[in-house]
Design a protein around this ligand. Structure first.
Ligand SMILES: CCC(=O)NCCS(=O)(=O)O
Length: 349
């Protein structure tokens, strides 16, 4: 038991879990994704370097990581504020902001957005993938990393008094690097001390989620309080998905709104459509996992914002929920996925 037990920690302080309402468990409001820039095909250099405008939007949707400007979500705080107000009007209550060290977490901006919009915002502690680790992070011991993560939750992060309410997204690559393994062990140790929620970004391989869970388990982590993100681009085979689900983490489908033909980080992946994501949710519900599913959009580039012709933070509430209902997922099950499961995950033990 700690002073946080039974509460949820937002950037504006502790709240009762019942206050959260509908929750997107994996979004970004301000960050940079420059670490994952993917050079355009030689013939696309001109369009990649041109200012973002209407006639480029289709190309951008298909090649979001090949346009440097598109990766700078931190430049769009005014647009994000407007979108959060829309999200609130659409019935949204809470957003878990998954930006961690390495991709320009900005806690003062998150606090201001929460004040301006009345949306509960929960910030993430810890570290993104290896390519963003500093030399200092690489050299740190597990104990030192644990202390830093614990302090980000108990006292505040990045020199502020703004406290994180989850650990993650903790970034991992495939194969998982030594530095990432250390961060995972530190995550598990911090979670043991704090009884807090954890969220993981797995590498882009079907074996990655289970390998992360094994590392967390060996270090004493609480898998029942851990979300495995990005399953929509990671595990495709239903048998493998059920095997992974048995390990006990929350199962997150968080790329709603992303439809692209060629996924540049792993060309073997056929990125599913939103309809296929809903089919997978219906399958998991049928298999008895309605208490373990959470969903989101993982907005991390400009083209996903409505300002750039994207779907925005309200797409799930406005478009995906009706689709879920029309595909046999009941209102009660939708409420579990959007309200009850996030609430249980986010409440400190
Ligand atoms: C920081 C945002 C993020 O990691 N999003 C996941 C992108 S992908 O790995 O699913 O392509």
């Amino acid at each position: 038991m700690t002073a946080l037990s039974g509460k949820v920690q937002t950037v504006l302080g502790l709240v009762e879990p019942s206050q959260l309402g509908r929750t997107m468990t994996h979004e970004h409001l301000t960050m940079t994704f420059e670490c994952c820039y993917f050079p355009p095909a030689p013939g696309d250099k001109m369009i990649a370097e041109a200012p973002i405008e209407m006639k480029n939007l289709h190309w951008l949707r298909q090649n979001p990581y090949s346009c440097h400007e598109n990766l700078l979500l931190w430049q769009e705080t005014d647009a994000v504020r407007e979108e959060l107000l829309c999200y609130r009007r659409a019935g949204g209550g809470t957003i878990v902001e998954n930006t961690t060290t390495g991709i320009a977490r900005n806690l003062p901006v998150l606090r201001q957005l929460a004040k301006d919009t009345d949306v509960h915002i929960i910030a993430g502690a810890g570290y993104y993938v290896d390519v963003t680790h500093s030399e200092e992070t690489r050299k740190s011991t597990v104990e030192k990393l644990t202390d830093i993560i614990v302090s980000e939750v108990l006292h505040g992060a990045d020199g502020t008094d703004i406290r994180c309410g989850v650990i993650g997204e903790i970034g991992t690559s495939w194969p998982i690097t030594e530095s990432e393994r250390k961060v995972l062990r530190a995550t598990a140790h911090a979670q043991t001390q704090l009884g807090c929620p954890v969220i993981i970004h797995p590498g882009r391989n079907p074996a990655a989620p289970a390998e992360v869970v094994r590392i967390l388990q060996e270090a004493g982590g609480d898998i029942s309080k851990t979300v495995m993100s990005h399953l929509d681009r990671t595990i495709f085979d239903h048998g493998e998905l059920l095997e992974f689900a048995k390990m006990g983490s929350y199962l997150e489908y968080d790329l709603f709104g992303t439809e692209m033909l060629n996924y540049p980080y792993n060309m073997e992946v056929d990125m599913p459509s939103d309809s296929q994501r809903v089919q997978t949710l219906a399958f998991l519900v049928k298999e008895g996992y309605e208490d373990r599913i959470v969903i989101a959009h993982d907005i991390h580039t400009k083209n996903r914002l409505t300002k750039y012709g994207g779907h925005g933070y309200s797409h799930i509430l406005k478009n995906i929920v009706p689709k879920m209902l029309s595909r046999g997922i009941s209102q009660n099950q939708v409420d579990k996925i959007l309200i009850e499961n996030p609430k249980h995950w986010l409440t400190f033990k």
